[in-house]
Design a binder for this molecule. Structure first.
Ligand code: 5AD
Length: 360
């Protein structure tokens, strides 16, 4: 698909033609990754963060936000909950928290791999090659790091570099690949200042990166952030601004499925937040094959407020997973078993030979 075609689809508003886009994405999804929907248990380890991202509710400098970091015992409880619910993967996500040290995270990953059969996905921000290598060595399977936007100017505006920082997220994605991780990335849809051409380029870039996982969600303004406060003004000023709507987010997801047919693509929490009644279902019907239920203990998850309204429909984590399983069944899809890794990489030896826990 050419850049112009992607952009034309993003601008499409005719309901009949959009039905064709959804049907194409759904067909490619079925053909390449099948009807199974993989559930990944999300554990938000810490809301400490050293970054100043203009869009994010847990950015450094939000002094009024209560910060937490889960203990290893609390984390292992979540991990065991994931296993007992039959999930195949845990996603350990956090702000970019230096308190999550190289050796601390490595120990945690080793323990999870030793005590469970779960795949481990990390989403801990921009970390050093040394840390990423140690975590991979410890048995981590996958890493998620969204590049947020492929427009360098917009990226700089919403994601100030740290002093002395030389690597951008795209360079980091290459390191992750070299280290043998399954690699996931993605963008936000409808960032103030993001044009249709920008988003089309983002999608083209997702295809070029040949990602194993693609996470896309609508940008949701957080009132306590610089972008959330200024957003409306920027939006009014930007010609050709992409709206941050559910339909635009699912257009981007459907196109991501077309440019990256084998990828694991979640119906994201952001999509389910902007359309609480139908977000997950729409995602699954327009290209997605993954859902990431939040297993962070109640009491902490409210503090992981990267955007407002992230609270799930039910506070009970088991009930929430059951509801997702019921949704999957209602769409005549099945719940995936096992780790549900990247299909197109199963034939590639991306796994370190020295790591015994792989054999499980
Ligand atoms: N709205 C939507 N998505 C957000 N993220 C962070 N803040 C927001 C927001 N305000 C997304 C980013 C990040 C991921 C973990 O959450 O894309 O990479």
């Amino acid at each position: 698909m050419t850049l112009a075609e992607i952009e034309t689809w993003l601008r499409e508003e005719d309901a009949g033609r959009l039905e064709r886009l959804w049907a194409m994405a759904d067909g490619v999804r079925r053909q390449h990754v099948g009807d199974a929907v993989h559930l990944r248990g999300l554990v938000e380890l810490s809301n400490h963060c050293r970054r100043q991202c203009a869009y994010c509710g847990i950015r450094a400098g939000r002094n009024e936000l209560v910060r937490y970091r889960l203990t290893e015992t609390e984390i292992m409880d979540c991990v065991r909950l994931a296993a007992s619910l039959g999930l195949g993967t845990v996603v350990l996500q956090a702000g970019e928290d230096p308190g999550l040290t190289r050796d601390g995270v490595a120990g945690l990953v080793r323990r999870i791999k030793a005590e469970t059969a779960l795949a481990v996905t990390l989403s801990l921000g921009e970390r050093s090659d040394d840390e990423l290598a140690a975590w991979r060595e410890a048995g981590a399977d996958r890493y998620l790091l969204r590049f947020e936007t492929s427009n360098p100017e917009l990226y700089r505006r919403i994601h100030p570099a740290r002093p002395g920082e030389t690597r951008d997220r795209l360079t980091l994605l290459e390191s992750l690949r070299r280290l043998g991780y399954e690699v996931g990335s993605g963008v936000m849809v409808g960032i103030p200042g993001q044009t249709y051409r920008d988003l089309a380029r983002d999608i083209e870039r997702l295809g070029e990166l040949r990602l194993d996982m693609i996470g896309l969600g609508p940008y949701l303004p957080h009132p306590e952030t610089p972008l959330g406060r200024a957003g409306q003004t920027v939006m009014d000023a930007a010609a050709d601004q992409v709206p941050n709507s559910a339909v635009m987010a699912t257009k981007a997801m459907a196109l991501a499925r077309l440019v990256c047919p084998d990828a694991n693509i979640p119906a994201t929490t952001a999509l389910a937040t902007i359309d609480r009644a139908r977000g997950h279902a729409l995602g699954l019907q327009r290209g997605a094959n993954v859902i990431m239920p939040d297993l962070t203990p109640p009491g902490y998850r409210e503090l992981y407020a990267i955007y407002p309204g992230k609270t799930p429909l039910t506070a009970d984590r088991i009930e929430a997973v059951r509801a997702i399983q019921a949704l999957v069944a209602s769409l005549s899809r099945s719940v995936g078993r096992g780790p549900g890794g990247a299909r197109h990489r199963e034939d590639v030896t991306s796994r370190p030979k020295e790591c015994p826990s792989w054999s499980k």
